[in-house]
Design a protein around this ligand. Sequence first.
Ligand code: GLC
Length: 811
Amino acid sequence: MQYGYFDDKSREYVITDPKTPVKWINYIGTLAFGGFVDQTGGALICKGDPAENRITKYIPQLPASNFNGETLYVRINRRKKKVVFSPFFVPTLDELQAYECHVGLGYSRFVSECRGVRTEVTVFVPLGQFCEVREIKITNISDKVLDLDLISVAEYSHPQALKQFTNADWVPQTMTSEAVKGEDGTVILMQYPFMLRDLNINYFTSNFPATSFETDRAKFLGENEYHTWQNPLALNEAELGNSQALRGNNIAALMHHLGRVAPGQTVHIVTLLGQEKDLETAMPTIKRFSDPINVELALKEMAAYWDQYLEVMQVNTPDAAMNSMLNVFNPRQCYITRNWSRYLSLYQLGLGARGIGFRDSSQDVLAVVSQTPLEAKALIEKLLRVQKADGSAMHQFNPLTMEANEGDSREREDRPHYYCDDHLWVVQSVAAYLKETGDWTFLEQEIPFYNPKDHENPVEFGTVLEHLQRAVAYTHDDSGKHGLPLLGFADWNDTINLPTGAESSIAAALYGRALQELITIERALGDDEAAMKYATWFAEMKAIFNREAWDGDWYVSYFDDQGMPIGSYLNQAGQIYAYGQAWPVISGLAVEDRAEKALDAVFEKLNTKNGIKLSTPGFNGFDPQQGGITTYPPGAKENGGIFLHVNPWVIIAETLLGNGDRAFAYYRQINPATKNAIIEEYESEPYVYPQNILGDEHPQFGLARNSWLSGTASWMYQAATQYILGIQPTLEGLRIDPCIPAEWDGFSVRRRYRGVVYEICVKNTGHVNRGIESITVDGEELEGKVLPIKEAGTSCVVKVRMGRGNEKTLV
Ligand code: GLC
């Protein structure tokens, strides 16, 4: 059983059966205006913030067959009766004779056939606009004339999304709808909660005359809502009830009589769902998209945007699934995670407290600095604004208000209220931005430190460089009994919440990596003294780490408040953690023979055919002392599950040791593009990385969940492009040092970097994993591995021959 296929040429995944095992979604627009559309046309849309300004009501916990957010009904008026169906399958659930959902870049296109009617609907948010466009084409594919109606429907949420669920008194008393006549018989339905009437309105309209409308859900469904979305009573009548809701559950439904449609004839309609401060402000947009030519132009503009986004790097390797991911689907997912952080998906419900995650976005940014340097810089600036003057960072923040909070640590009075890793990640983000752009002025930019007492009035400012210096200084001064950094409430692993005094090895490694970045930055700035200081700090941590944290065959990952090791052979559960091995290698804290041993232990103890587990064995039973990890059954999520985010770290570590075969095998085994074959077991979208797959301790081993918003996207992209293919931006320029399967004959890459297009062709003549024999740039032999930075606007041909032994590149 398969639910679809990749169409790489069209840069689409095409879903061919609406009954996917779980909802499969696509993102449209951005956080400024947008959301997601599922494979049955349902949509969750917001503007600026899903918690504070939500537009449609989409409840992921409802059964998949339920109406959610938006839909479309087609009605065939026969002489004796009216036949109604939804071309999206949901909510009428009529058998469709044909169905396709094209999951495209920034749009979803539905094509279906039912009862002699072919419907094509393209859903998207035009670049930079505050509206969702649905371009609808209805064709009579039968051999008889059909009398057709089209009814478009959306259901509103209260803008304060959580209130919608927690207050069934205030919310319904305030929800209001108004109908206004547009031009040529069109109708504009306005909607707002009473208090926003003069400030902010939603609108729903179309470019086709609407003979009637409905805004009250109860009236649309009928019989006090004992009729359902599958069979709304209102659709038995020629016209809708024309009620302007003064309270209750507000919808927007428009009746379009398409009239008698001849065989082969197509009718076009465009619907718009948007939000503006008032109708007057909305009018130019409504006018613009009432002309189908402008809709086509907006679609072209969006395609051009994606052309230039993807063109930054295109690869051709011997592995088709890798090409598919690297050329389209993985960079697209990176765009989405940069946009939405962990805020809004089928799993992250965007209802309130969460906002933009500090550590999450710091990592997301790493994979989009090449494609969208300006947006990446803007996001880094926001992150630095919620770093506190002591160097540590707030855990999450609201993107609209910039108010930040301490995340889940707020739920535990008895635990520290900071995370030991947040501030360390952002050092990597700034370094990645510099390596890609060479924009050194960024380091001098002044950015306020977060003032938790009054976030709108910061009291201290510092340059970006000072922000980074304070980040490492915070960890330098925050160590525990063994000399390793204190854990705080948690480290990267949110679920290890130990009593105050515990120490974290990944924090040590992230500190090590941050120091390495700072050392090269300070050297490039000519500040040798600072570089020396950080080199000393690094050496000190390396010595402590190897003295205290080696367990015999791998590194321990924590010490608890009593000084006992966690992630040790001494433990019953959680004997070894994957990130606890990968990060010491990536950061250079691990000494060479231990690096190899530690990664071999990962291979032996944590690898499965579906990916590398985060830890093993799982805890079997809740233990509040151990924290969140024990809330999961063994094999799920952080408790022995295949938490994909750690997989690319192991891949990167393997490439640093020169193990191209193992690195690629790890890459390949979690490539979603290979999961079509086992989709009944895997269940999630095969065109994006999920956050987790159930591990082999769980009876449902192989089941994937929490798709889209995962750091896996960013790190898999970095692992593949910078470490396996080895095309790596550095402060000096683009460095070439692949670590690939020995059996590969080579590969080629087209990379735009600092305005220069590099056509790189790698020949693995020696059939090695790693090792450069020669590099020529436009025919000239290059010394070393860093390509010269040429004049922007030029291009050059780079020929690489691989041979010799398998080099290692440990720090
Ligand atoms: C989730 C969180 C992320 C955390 C990870 C591991 O993905 O969003 O911040 O690092 O889980 O616990």
